[in-house]
Write a protein that binds this ligand. Structure first.
Ligand SMILES: Cc1cc2nc3c(=O)[nH]c(=O)nc-3n(C[C@H](O)[C@H](O)[C@H](O)COP(=O)(O)OP(=O)(O)OC[C@H]3O[C@@H](n4cnc5c(N)ncnc54)[C@H](O)[C@@H]3O)c2cc1C
Length: 244
């Protein structure tokens, strides 16, 4: 029991006398669904059916192949999972955060790595874009993200900066028509497949923690790799000031 993840939820029709237990052979799932609406339960059931049937049986295969096929992301997008809380007009599912959490639990039960990719796509990329992106950035990037055609990466961690994010050393320097980023990141989910990255860098060393900025980097052919750095071309780098 100690090694199992247990999610405690209480189902309305089971309350108050008991909780519904849904053990499978790899996870134990107790659902106190008294907080869940019919829609939540429908979403949970749909994601569970899809992931247990389509993802879990192939999880080892994806692991050995070192990645996921593009068709899988398209299927996940059809279910609304690539942009669960994004608004419908930008291709998102417009769901609430309870639905999102329930979906992630189901995906993680079938394939842990895939749930990490989807949590980055939804929570770190789409949420940041929707909260701080310009209208042009939202219009340009959100629809391909929610449709699964574009995968996002959130590049914060460095070799000497994990929990202490303010210790990052990647430098952002103004160059003609844009910014140049120099540095190295590690442990970046979707780092190899992402077409879009939010990259954190020190843009004003004199400002301490407030001198960090998040750069929206379009990697689809416009990011020029260099030794130890990358040149973001003029007009291609969205600049999101972050009060870190
Ligand atoms: C599966 C996975 C996916 C990831 N995806 C991403 C990603 O997409 N983008 C990204 O930027 N990063 C990503 N990371 C990196 C992750 O965010 C870092 O691993 C995390 O921030 C911890 O940093 P660290 O590994 O350098 O550990 P450290 O910061 O060195 O911490 C090591 C240990 O020290 C403890 N510790 C640290 N500071 C203190 C303190 N002040 N007081 C007490 N204890 C402390 C920590 O709790 C931990 O136990 C991912 C990591 C994993 C495992």
């Amino acid at each position: 029991m100690r090694n199992r993840a247990i999610v405690l939820v209480v189902r309305q029709d089971d309350c108050p006398k008991t909780v519904r237990s849904q053990p499978t052979d790899n996870y134990e799932f107790w659902l106190p669904t008294m907080l869940l609406s019919e829609t939540h339960i429908a979403i949970q059931d749909a994601v569970r059916a899809f992931t247990q049937e389509r993802v879990r049986p192939r999880s080892r295969q994806y692991e050995s192949a070192g990645g996921y096929p593009a068709e899988l992301f398209a299927e996940l997008a059809d279910l609304g999972l690539m942009g669960m809380t994004a608004p419908g007009e930008l291709g998102g599912a417009g769901s609430d955060y309870i639905s999102y959490a329930l979906a992630l639990i189901e995906i993680a039960a079938a394939d842990g790595a895939l749930s990490t990719i989807l949590s980055v796509q939804n929570s770190l990329i789409l949420s940041a874009l929707l909260a701080s992106g310009s209208e042009e950035q939202k219009t340009r990037f959100v629809p391909p993200l929610t449709s699964g055609r574009l995968i996002g990466a959130f590049a914060l961690t460095e070799a000497d900066a994990g929990s202490d994010a303010a210790a990052i050393r990647t430098r952002a320097t103004r160059v003609e028509g844009g910014w140049q980023l120099n540095g190295a990141k590690q442990f970046i989910t979707s780092g190899r497949i992402a077409g879009l990255a939010i990259v954190f860098a020190v843009s004003d060393p004199s400002a301490g923690k407030k001198g960090l900025s998040a750069f929206l980097v379009d990697r689809s052919g416009r990011l020029r790799r260099r030794q130890g750095g990358a040149q973001a071309r003029p007009g291609r780098v969205g600049y999101l000031r972050t009060p870190v």
